[in-house]
Write a protein that binds this ligand. Sequence first.
Ligand SMILES: Nc1ncnc2c1ncn2[C@@H]1O[C@H](COP(=O)(O)OP(=O)(O)O)[C@@H](O)[C@H]1O
Ligand SMILES: [Mg+2]
Length: 645
Amino acid sequence: MVMMGAPGGGAFAGPSATQSSASAGLPFAGVPSEMEQGASRILANEPQHPEPVLSFRRIAERTTRLTLRSLFENRLGAALWGLVLLAIETVTALLGPVLTQQGIDNGVMQSNRDALYFAVFLFALVIIINALTSFWRQRWNGRLGEDIMYDVRVELFSHYQRMGLDWYTSEKSGVLLSRMTSDVEALTLLVNEGFVNLVIQGLTVSVVTVVLFSYNPVLALLLLGLVLPPLVVMTLWFRSVSERGYASVRDKIASVLADLSENLSGVRVIAALNRRRQNAELHRNVVGKYLDANLYTARAGAIYGPATEGIGIAAQAIVLLVGGWMVLDGSLQVGELAAFVLFVNTFFAPIQQMVQLYNTYQQGQSGLHKISQILSTQPSVPENPDALPLPAIEGRIRFDSVHFQYNEGPEILTNLNLEIQPGETFAFVGPTGAGKSTIAKLISRFYDPIRGKVLIDEHDLKAVTLDSLRTQLGVVPQEPFLFHGTIRDNVAFARPDATDEEVLVAIKHVGLEETVGGLAEGIHTLVHERGVSLSAGERQLIALARAFLSRPRVLVLDEATSSLDLHSEAKVERVLDGLLEGRTAILIAHRLATAMKADRIAVVDAGGIIELGSHQELMDLGGRYSEMFATWSSHSDDSLDQLSD
Ligand SMILES: Nc1ncnc2c1ncn2[C@@H]1O[C@H](COP(=O)(O)OP(=O)(O)O)[C@@H](O)[C@H]1O
Ligand SMILES: [Mg+2]
């Protein structure tokens, strides 16, 4: 467990038992004692971060690909018992025509009432056994299938959670959704129904073939000769058509989901830019293509179904005719003829169904293939197998000759060298696209540098576990995301065990108590998924309260105040002072008012840091920063003027 009760050592040596080293020689040695006591009090109240409940280890160690076989292997015993039940069910279902034949030939034709009653009695018994095993089998196999699919869903979701952020920019969220929905559905269908049907139909065809040949090989051969060739031709045709059809159906449903999810997340922008009509039209096209794809497969099915049924009926008629002659010749018994006619359908339906099953199999396999492909992608920031937990940190951050680029893109950072001291408030400023957010992402290890190292307290980020790193880091992003749940849930997101009092303190600290107090249910008020019922500024404040509550050693604010109005920003500025006290803070500042207060400011541009120093030093330097400051202050004077108008 990562001890967050106190930093690994240093100036804030408090009463906590986790203290290790003395304060001498560390950057904050020299702090007045009353301040040190105050800081120690704060640190004593720092939360202990519990171990996460879900471990990604098991999944990380998956060495075999996910295949149909591997799905069942974990539950081999249950699967085998399911097979036994299936076999009993199928065979008892096939005994009907055989008992009919017995009743006719041994009972009716011989005028033997006892034999007739016996056949009927057996028939009834068989039906009861069949019904009971059928009930048991359906429950048993249903359960088995659901259990297997449960594993797949959980594994897939956990995999989504552990993937690197770059993956989410390369994979459309709609596609990821469709893996979780339609692909999992297709696989479920295969696992739950496909295999069962395959066994039933396969068993049926074999048993019926044996029974028919034992009655009369000539008629049986005739039946096979009539049924098989046209059926095989039709089937091959249907297979190729439906393969093509289903591939396109799956493609199209993924596009539908992708378009849908994009439109749902971007609904505000769409409404604001008055694109509703166009987007509805675009979606109509996407859905239309899905419709076409479905109609295509439905048409193929509509041809195949009746055609094969026709073959079946013709076969029945011919069997009746030829079998009738044989009965008149005396080479076939009446009951056997009846059994033959009854069995034509029992023989025929399974073959037809097995072809339909082929589709289920195709879809299930392709779903499985896509799921397994996703599961076998490695996260781009993998956890080193011998990664150690990062001990409680002081918060010294060092970039050592860091080079970085996204995928195959241009180099964003070139040979970045920088050291941020523990407890320092450090601001990055610079033009949009300069790489400020990228620097922040490297500190949280959302990405790894291409070359060079990022170190915290001289621990290479690649050598420590992600959990232990991220529990000690707090990030307030530019666009905070609120989850479905109450305000309390959202504020306590990183520390669900926080008490209501702690949550209230955090809310008060960011100046939201009036807003929250005005709500009927206070902190227990539900906020929507994207926080639509709160303004952008309020959401930002909630995100700050989140950070305040989890008290990370290193806090990264990525333009966290840029969506606030001047009034709220002033409020947040005051909040920040308290929030940043005693911790390393990285401020990516859009407005220079925020940056000004930092201990040091770095101007980022052209792949690196072009100026570095305190506000005063950079102003004296008369370089880029002072230029930016001049522009900014004249601009913000204007806006203040406008406000007062
Ligand atoms: N996920 C990404 N994939 C590819 N390029 C990216 C990604 N994120 C940012 N970039 C590019 O990297 C550059 C730096 O981006 P960023 O660090 O976000 O800039 P800043 O925060 O300074 O505005 C930009 O040119 C941007 O287009
Ligand atoms: Mg940015």
